[in-house]
Design a protein around this ligand. Structure first.
Ligand SMILES: [Zn+2]
Length: 327
């Protein structure tokens, strides 16, 4: 049972430690994805917001509980100021889409599979799920699913299987997470370290934003059963990975900032007052032009509902790459 996260958790103050978190099924009664029966992907069928089962997982109390954890306007200003400063630091950098053909960036990916033991329930997912996840990333970031093409492609360099019960589940913001990443992280700023496992607090995943100084916490953490073919119903087509990598490449949620201000700092994603869940039809929560971007990878809808980045997001990611992660 999966409620797409409506939480953006920030555990520590300051830009350097900002972490985004996705929460899975908090309003469900303690059902964790690993305990769910396998369910086939919903095949693109959108669930209307009137669906009673879906609404049952959207308790107002749960939504209110998560609200304080969203990125504040001040934090967004700090991050965007840092991006500008990072760009100034660069002697040369490529601009985003619109002024030149997109650069092609191939991102080396190292996947760390955190296991409690050798069983599937203990985190031992097959390699086939991981290769499927890389394929999903490549399709999504190439625009092959219906969105804008971005500069990015992904190359799986290694699968590192680690059995360590003290790191399982992966607990967001914990000393164990820090220990895990300090021990396992490899590569430079351009290397995507992806940690897979069971996650704390019914989370689907979380990610770090890019920073000027490489930090061992850098990377994305993704619920292993959210990979394509996994057991996280409604969230098992790999789009949690796509979403988290979007954060790793400096994207905010489409609902960041609500209806006012600079929103998600991208001009072609219509403003959205709050996260969208499931796959609502005709949702329009702000008076500004455009329906809510519920099909965007950076919203909280079902995997079957989200399929695109915008040109503005592609540009923002490439700009951030050149500011923070390019060699
Ligand atoms: Zn997110």
């Amino acid at each position: 049972m999966g409620l797409r996260p409506n939480l953006l958790t920030r555990r520590a103050a300051g830009v350097a430690s900002t972490t985004l978190a996705l929460l899975l099924s908090t309003a469900a009664v303690g059902v964790v994805p690993a305990a769910s029966a396998f369910s086939a992907a919903p095949g693109g069928a959108c669930v209307e917001p009137t669906d009673s089962h879906a609404n049952a997982r959207l308790k107002p109390g749960a939504a209110a509980k998560h609200e304080p954890n969203e990125l504040t306007a001040k934090q967004v200003r700090e991050r965007d100021a840092d991006l500008a400063a990072a760009l100034r630091e660069r002697a040369t950098f490529r601009t985003g889409a619109g002024t030149a053909p997109l650069a092609t960036v191939t991102i080396p990916v190292v996947v760390h599979v955190i296991q409690e033991n050798s069983t599937r329930a203990g985190g031992n997912i097959p390699d086939s799920l991981i290769t499927a996840q890389i394929n999903v990333l490549n399709q999504a970031y190439a625009g092959a699913t219906g969105g804008a093409a971005t500069a990015f492609a992904f190359r799986l360099d290694a699968i590192n299987r680690v059995t360590n019960p003290s790191w399982y589940p992966i607990v967001e913001g914990s000393s164990a997470e820090r220990s895990m990443k300090s021990s396992l992280r490899v590569g430079g700023k351009n290397t995507l370290n992806m940690y897979l496992g069971e996650l704390s607090d019914d989370l689907l995943g979380w990610a770090t934003f890019p920073q000027r100084r490489l930090n061992s916490m850098d990377g994305v953490v993704v619920l292993s059963e959210s990979l394509p073919g996994g057991t996280a119903t409604n969230y098992n087509q790999g789009d949690t990975g796509t979403h988290e990598v979007g954060h790793w490449l400096n994207l905010y949620h489409t609902f960041q900032g609500g209806c006012g201000g600079s929103g998600d700092s991208v001009s072609d994603t219509p403003a959205e007052a709050s996260p969208a869940y499931q796959c609502p039809t005709g949702r329009n929560t702000c008076s500004a032009a455009g329906l809510d971007p519920i099909t965007n990878f950076m919203d909280y809808t079902y995997d079957s509902c989200m399929y695109q980045f915008t040109p503005g997001q592609a540009s923002r990611m490439l700009t951030a790459w050149n500011a923070y992660r390019a060699a």
